[in-house]
Design a protein around this ligand. Structure first.
Ligand SMILES: NC(=O)c1ccc[n+]([C@@H]2O[C@H](COP(=O)([O-])OP(=O)(O)OC[C@H]3O[C@@H](n4cnc5c(N)ncnc54)[C@H](OP(=O)(O)O)[C@@H]3O)[C@@H](O)[C@H]2O)c1
Length: 413
């Protein structure tokens, strides 16, 4: 969960000349208490304004496109808001700590606000965005009077986001798609499932030119009725579509086991390695198609899948943009209902199509409802299931983290 913490004056001012507006020791204490032990995301200017760098006992994440210097241990440099959010993906609560530019961009992503409201007004050149009543509900307020260490009255206020209506969420996503596609069309792998159907409809709503590509392995989409489901969506919304049979490519890429030493490999590994060829071949088709037509590949993995790493690295995980990457499966279902996606797609069991008859929940041994609950509440309510999810998160680190690159220091050959 992303939270924001800020001290603002009566006019929403937060700073002048890259400094805070006033000194409130109790506010600093409150800030330390709330953010300690968590990741804190800040803009480059706020980082530079810190008297002590990094903020101790916190994972300091700095957002900057231009920063080139060295950062002390305890700091992570990210080049975009998305990259910063990605770094905190598995945390129960992380904090956006300013300044104005970062607050403005991250307010739509936040679920909770910790606001110190200072009962005074100051000269300023940086402001907090408006806290809109229709979006934010005041949960608690603690009033503090001025004293010998605090020149003015101030209150600690906590706001939580008013449950976002689906329409509002769709508006936000379509605006984001418009921004990220910049007039380009998209290509989407169409399995006949709910995630790709939602992404296709969201892109269509954003007025993006959508091409859907179905990539059966032989007759598998026909046998599982996925082809019928996909065609129902295509006909209902009049999508342009293409079909490529991946069987010849997959079969050609499958290493015959008798030709290699498999003594160290478990049968599960062999089964998965072979199954993963399908999404990787699909990825090759999508990127080939996208490049030929100067399109972008839109990804369709949701937050639940990403959290437990339920996707194929360099397969269905590969994309240029993903509008539902931060949505739980429950949210994807809510969007699907709103977008009037055919019931046959909404009601069927989710499957990654790794082999015929495969269903995600059976393969995972965990339900999407449980993963959503872990993401939202930090627990499924059952310690064994929590630890299964935590194991999966750990095992998926290599998929969700950036590739480690060796950084050379002071040596030019
Ligand atoms: N009252 C409070 O609670 C509070 C808290 C924090 C800060 N403040 C105040 O806020 C003021 C600073 O705010 P500010 O708006 O000037 O600066 P800021 O938000 O701290 O940092 C802005 C910088 O962040 C980077 N950045 C912003 N958006 C980015 C993006 N999408 N991708 C990559 N980098 C991005 C850019 O760095 P590059 O230019 O390096 O690319 C940009 O110049 C100061 O006065 C500070 O004291 C107040």
């Amino acid at each position: 969960m992303i939270s924001i913490i800020a001290a603002i004056d009566q006019n929403n001012a937060i700073g002048l000349n890259n400094r805070l507006l006033c000194h409130l020791p109790n506010d600093l204490k409150n800030f330390k208490q709330i953010t300690s032990g968590h990741s804190v995301i800040m803009g480059r200017c706020t980082y530079e304004s810190l008297p002590v760098k990094p903020l101790p006992n916190r994972n300091n994440i700095i957002v900057s496109k231009s920063f080139t210097g060295n950062l002390p241990a305890g700091c992570n440099l990210t080049r975009s808001i998305e990259e910063a959010v990605e770094l905190c993906n598995n945390e129960k609560e992380c904090f956006v700590i300013g300044g104005a530019q970062i607050y403005r961009q991250m307010l739509p992503l936040a679920q909770k606000l910790y606001i110190t409201r200072v009962q005074d007004s100051f000269q300023a050149d940086a402001w907090f965005p408006e806290i809109n009543d229709s979006e934010w509900q005041l949960q608690s307020i603690v009033h503090n009077k001025p004293d010998d260490k605090h020149a003015c009255a101030y209150s600690f206020e906590v706001y939580t986001r008013v449950e976002n209506s689906v329409a509002n969420l769709i508006d936000q996503i379509t605006a984001w798609i418009i921004e990220k596609t910049q007039g380009k069309g998209v290509v989407i792998g169409m399995s006949g499932g709910i995630d790709c159907s939602v992404v296709a409809c969201l892109c269509r709503l954003a007025n993006v030119d959508v091409h859907l590509v179905m990539m059966p392995y032989g007759d598998d989409m026909r046998n599982t009725k996925s082809l019928n489901h996909a065609m129902e969506l295509i006909e209902k919304f009049n999508f342009v579509y293409h079909i490529f049979d991946i069987k010849p490519a997959v079969d050609a890429l499958t290493i015959p086991l008798e030709s290699i030493d498999c003594s160290k490999k478990s049968s599960t590994n062999i089964k998965l390695a072979h199954a993963n060829i399908r999404p990787r071949v699909r990825m090759s088709y999508l990127y080939q198609f996208a490049q030929i037509n100067s399109r972008l590949v839109a990804g369709t993995g949701n937050l639940a899948e990403r959290t437990v790493g339920y996707f194929t690295k360099w397969g269905d995980g590969a994309c240029d943009l993903n509008p539902i990457a931060m949505l739980t499966k429950k949210e994807v279902y809510a969007l699907a209902q709103f977008l009037e996606i055919p019931d046959s797609i909404i009601n069927k069991k989710p499957s990654a199509g790794l082999w015929e008859g495969q269903t995600d929940e059976e393969e995972l041994g965990i339900t999407y409802e449980q993963i959503d609950s872990y993401i939202t509440n930090g627990t499924t309510g059952t310690p064994e299931t929590d630890s299964m999810i935590e194991n999966r998160i750990k095992m998926a680190e290599h998929k969700n983290n950036k590739i480690p690159y060796f950084l050379k220091k002071n040596c030019n050959c």
